[in-house]
Design a protein around this ligand. Structure first.
Ligand code: MN
Length: 204
């Protein structure tokens, strides 16, 4: 079965003014679509891998034949990371409410929400070149870090709770070179309900 581009649960203009419609349309419709197409192309001659779920492929990269391993890591990671990125943002005010056990966990681990925000923002800001910043559960403990290119925490056995795409294509149209402004705006879009659900599931 071929991998497909997932549909967004909101309209391209639903995240305005924090993320502009044009950027989201190109990011989802062009960039994300290209990862899907290139993943399918990479798997075209490996029917035994085509029915495997994407997370299964990324969690077991060493089992992928060497000649397509990098393509699966890059394009499969691209599909997986973007799927999650769309899911972790929302236009819905109720879903944006910062509540649940994740609140205490963040305060306990980072000292305060502001400290958390600072550390996450710095991880996003300081990722050199293209990549992603993440909040993950690493062996049950909250951790902030960043990955290069389309590398995904699930390939390292970590559980993803929150992410921001810091490839230039995510912000250049609206924010030009001002990655810091893009990150600041992203904080208005976080689906904390989803983050909390993933946290609760992840610590079980
Ligand atoms: Mn992207």
């Amino acid at each position: 079965m071929k991998h497909e581009l997932i549909k967004l649960k909101y309209a391209y203009n639903a995240l305005e003014p924090f993320m502009d419609a044009k950027t989201l349309e190109i990011h989802h419709g062009k960039h994300h679509q290209t990862y899907v197409d290139k993943l399918n192309a990479a798997l075209a001659n490996s029917p035994e891998l085509q029915d495997k779920k994407l997370d299964e492929l990324l969690m077991n990269l060493n089992n992928i034949p060497e000649n397509i391993r990098n393509a699966v890591k890059n394009h499969g990671g691209g599909v997986f990371n973007h799927n999650f990125f769309w899911e972790i943002m929302t236009p819905n005010l109720e879903e944006k409410e910062f509540k649940g056990n994740i609140v205490k966990a963040i305060e306990k681990n980072f000292g305060s929400f502001d400290k958390f925000k600072e550390e996450f923002s710095n991880a996003a800001l300081n990722r050199f070149g293209s990549g992603w910043a993440w909040l993950v559960l690493n062996k049950g403990k909250l951790e902030i870090y960043s990955t290069a290119n389309q590398d995904s925490p699930i390939s390292e056995g970590k559980i993803h709770l929150l992410t921001i795409d810091v490839w230039e294509h995510s912000y250049y149209l609206k924010f030009m070179n001002r990655r810091a402004d893009y990150i600041k705006n992203f904080f208005n879009l976080i689906n904390w309900k989803k983050v909390n659900e993933l946290y609760e599931k992840g610590i079980k």
